[in-house]
Write a protein that binds this ligand. Structure first.
Ligand code: SF4
Length: 523
């Protein structure tokens, strides 16, 4: 079955828009904000969220364009405004550190084009919607909470016809009020990203998978780790795409590499097998990078072995801690022993694995040294992030320590937002040295094995993202610069959480409330 763009949204009836006369289509520009610190080094993913929402609006008859500020500059953005003159501008705001950038751009945009409708959606925006509206002082017309594909065309319709009533739509918040709960799309089968709207597609990569497209097979996560907002956003639901729909989309992808954006891949092995069989039928051959959990991997070894044959090369395992105590604190619901067993399995299968460890501000030199030593003793690629409670996570409400900053830009899991046990200077030196040791080890053994040949091959194909990444680590991860960033003036201050002791009322965390979500059993 071919793709029918009109099928793109099915939770919300698309009503014919009264403003779209034969002469002029309402024009909407969708924008992804600039890259974060880690995105400057390890990955630059295609803005799939923006592409999905843009596709829904295009299917509803709007004239749509997309600009990715990970690749293009603010100057390019304002040039498009001058030349194309959109009627509406929608920013995706999935990461807190981008809040100041988006608010500033909204203000500058409204100064230049007072009549334009400026709206914001996305993961982080959903959790701090009211704060964003307050920071923008009227420059942002509304924030869309929850999934955007269903409601975005209706937001554009309201933008054209009756802006004052936009807040009556599901999930929409404006300075005038707030609509009913966000609605979920009934099926993720019919969502197809508008890839034709992204230019310079060869700029998207993840590690050595260069270039790489992003694809979604499932949405949501049934686990409930305290530091994560993937489950709170979707009301702890988990939805699967039909194997046919997933394979149809894969068959249309031109890039040789594919990053599966699912939070936890192949929770249900039969789903993974079914997609694989559909891909084989269509003779789709790609290299894959996916993310999963160690316990899922051990439980469903056969499906991962099957995908290895299909082209699974790289995997991200959210380890988070190397001991049971750390795993328990993060409520990972698994053990260090299981994680090590999972690593043995991936080594045997020849899958290259990347791991992340969460450093806590309370760490001292000895703890960093132990993690460094461990990371050097395993062949996997290990990276380190900093424990950062943020809005939407359970730890945002339960963390008993005070925050040492209210600067959105520092909530990027690479900065310490709570007081450090060592001096801040010592903490960053240890952090950067650890990250550097981990990266050098990776580059060392990869170089000995095949990084040079991979780099040479990529250069031959004209792909320089990965090669550039190898050389710019020092300019991005730099203790002095990170310390200096703590001293920068803060223009927009984050609201601090109302602390809770005891059991957290989860219903208060959900963007898509559970009563509106059909839960599927954990695999
Ligand atoms: S960290 Fe992974 S497993 Fe845990 S809730 Fe988030 S997405 Fe799910």
């Amino acid at each position: 079955m071919g793709y029918d763009p009109k099928q793109c949204i099915n939770s919300v009836q698309i009503r014919p828009s009264t403003h779209m006369g034969p002469m002029k289509k309402f024009k909407a520009l969708f924008v992804h904000p600039s890259a974060l610190m880690s995105s400057k080094v390890f990955l630059r993913l295609e803005p799939i969220g923006c592409e999905l929402v843009a596709a829904a609006c295009k299917a509803a008859g709007y004239d749509v364009r997309l600009l990715d500020l990970q690749i293009f500059s603010h100057k390019d953005y304002f040039r498009i405004l001058d030349e194309w003159k959109p009627d509406a501008i929608g920013f995706s705001l999935n990461y807190l550190p981008n809040v100041p950038e988006v608010v500033d751009l909204a203000k500058e945009t409204k100064r230049k084009m007072p009549g334009v409708f400026f709206f914001v959606g996305g993961h982080s925006a959903s959790f701090v919607a009211k704060d964003i509206l307050n920071h923008a002082e009227g420059a942002i017309d509304c924030v869309v909470r929850g999934e955007g594909e269903g409601v975005a065309p209706r937001v554009l319709e309201a933008a054209a016809d009756d802006r004052k009533r936009v807040h009556e739509l599901p999930g929409v918040v404006s300075l005038d009020g707030e609509g009913p709960h966000a609605e979920m799309v009934k099926s993720i089968d019919d969502l197809h990203p508008a890839r034709e709207l992204t230019s310079k597609r060869k700029s998207y990569f993840i590690g050595v998978l260069d270039p790489a497209a992003s694809v979604e097979f499932t949405r949501g996560c049934p686990w409930d780790c305290v530091f994560c907002s993937a489950w709170t956003f979707y009301g702890r639901s988990y939805r699967k795409r039909s194997p046919e729909s997933a394979a149809e989309e894969m068959a249309r992808i031109k890039e040789p590499g594919v990053f599966l954006v699912d939070d936890v891949c192949f929770i249900e092995p039969e789903h993974g097998f079914a997609i694989g069989r559909e891909l084989e039928k269509r003779n789709v051959k790609k290299e894959y990078y996916l993310e999963t959990r160690g316990d899922v991997l051990l439980r469903n070894k056969e499906v991962f072995k099957y995908w290895r044959k299909l082209g699974l090369e790289y995997m991200f395992l959210g380890l988070e801690a190397i001991d049971d105590e750390g795993l328990k604190a993060n409520r990972k619901r698994t053990t260090a022993g299981k994680n090590l067993e999972a690593l043995e399995f991936t080594r045997k299968e020849g899958i290259t694995v990347a791991l992340n460890i969460i450093a806590d501000p309370s760490w001292d030199k000895a703890k960093f040294a132990a993690v460094r030593e461990w990371s050097l003793s395993v062949p996997e690629i290990v990276s380190i992030s900093v424990n950062t409670p943020y809005p939407g996570t359970e730890s945002w409400l339960t963390e008993s320590r005070e925050f040492s900053t209210r600067d959105y830009r520092l909530f990027d899991v690479q900065h310490a937002v709570m007081p450090t046990k060592m001096s801040l200077e010592e903490f960053y030196r240890e952090l950067v040295n650890t990250q550097k040791a981990m990266t050098m080890k990776y580059m060392g053994w990869r170089a000995a094995l095949d990084a040079t040949s991979i780099a040479a091959k990529l250069l031959m194909r004209g792909q320089t993202n990965f090669v550039k990444m190898l050389f710019k680590f020092d300019s991005v991860y730099n203790a002095e610069r990170q310390i200096a960033e703590h001293r920068e003036p803060v223009k927009y201050e984050m609201s601090m959480p109302q602390r809770m002791t005891g059991k957290v009322d989860r219903s208060k965390l959900y963007i898509h409330p559970q009563e509106l979500v059909k839960l599927q059993p954990q695999g």
